[in-house]
Design a protein around this ligand. Structure first.
Ligand code: ATP
Ligand code: MG
Length: 309
């Protein structure tokens, strides 16, 4: 076993709210350790595999030095949420009694939307590491309009940084184990960080050697047996764990085959932005050319009528 501990277990003591922006309708709860957690429910339509992906990819991200909130196992008794008024949410809770997955709630965090992306700088090396992780784990849900990235903290004493959340749609290969090729290319065209000139080559050199079988074994050991037991392809949970280890290890070794490399470079992006800004200026009436260029800035000034007096 590596240096990794098992996930902590807590018990939900108070139900705060459902997160309706999430397709699986996670719930925010307070627990007996006074922590606040976003709970992904075992009874959701996404099923156990989404929770398996959350644990494996999230803990892999953490092990590789990316920012990812703590995961815990949450004992959930639907009785704590008895005041939830919506029948479909109540049914989700009823089918999730027992052990669920919790993620530390980041208070005040903002979703990394295209609007936030316009003003929030991301270092190409950090972008490269995140794209690399997504390509390794075949995460199809880190796109421009569904980034599953958050900016936190948004005010206060520390500088805001990117945090990863929601890896439920990663590891797509585990939906069909036979015939999945670890060398398969990754579709990165709509990746949320594609426009930051992600340095995936540097990330590959740094991270690939760190994805060892030992690390993968210690991470898959953190997945509760119950979430691996209903896999028809495997006789035991450990057999399933070993399949994840084998696949991800082989894929990490084969990065040359899937490394997404043709992102525009920082210089190409700067040139493209300059061209776009010039086109915008050209299209403006003379009086508007004197107005400061707002490219890449928030929409507060987009009502040009204020300049018409
Ligand atoms: N740890 C967290 N701290 C603060 N807010 C969070 C956290 N996790 C999720 N959220 C908020 O809840 C929203 C939904 O969460 P998440 O994406 O994990 O749910 P999901 O059901 O897997 O969603 P989907 O599959 O629709 O993307 C996020 O976009 C974010 O706004
Ligand atoms: Mg999401």
């Amino acid at each position: 076993m590596g240096p990794w501990k098992m996930l902590r277990e807590v018990t939900a003591t108070r139900y705060i709210t459902p997160l309706r922006s999430g397709g699986s309708v996670p719930g925010v709860v307070e627990a007996d350790d006074l922590g606040t957690y976003v709970v992904k429910f075992t009874g959701s339509a996404q099923g156990h595999k989404a929770l398996v992906a959350e644990v494996i990819v999230g803990e892999l991200a953490r092990a590789l030095g990316l920012r990812f909130p703590e995961l815990v196992l949450v004992h959930f008794d639907p009785a704590v949420a008895e005041r939830e008024p919506h029948q479909e949410v109540r049914e989700l809770h009823a089918s999730s009694a027992g052990l669920n997955l919790g993620m530390d709630y980041l208070p005040g965090a903002r979703d990394f939307t295209p609007e936030v992306a316009q003003v929030f700088p991301v270092d190409p090396l950090e972008a490269g590491r995140i794209v690399w992780l997504d390509a390794l784990t075949v995460n199809v849900d880190r796109t421009v309009h569904s980034s599953n990235l958050m900016v936190w903290p948004t005010f206060g004493v520390a500088p805001p940084r990117l945090w990863l959340i929601d890896h439920g749609a990663a590891l797509v290969f585990h939906h069909r184990w036979d015939g999945t090729d670890p060398r398969k290319a990754y579709d990165f065209r709509h990746h949320a960080l594609g426009h930051y000139g992600p340095d995936v080559r540097a990330a590959d050199a740094e991270l690939a050697p760190r994805v060892t079988e030992e690390l993968l074994r210690s991470i898959t050991a953190e997945v509760p047996d119950a979430w691996l037991a209903d896999e028809p392809d495997f006789a035991t949970p450990d057999e399933a764990r070993e399949a994840y280890v084998t696949y991800l290890h082989a894929r990490a070794r084969a990065s040359e085959a899937w490394l997404p490399t043709d992102f525009p470079s920082a210089q190409e992006l700067a040139e493209e932005n300059a061209r776009r800004a010039a086109r915008t200026r050209q299209g403006r009436p003379d009086w508007l050319k004197r107005v400061p260029d707002l490219h890449g800035k928030p929409a507060a000034e987009q009502d040009w009528s204020v300049h018409l007096g």
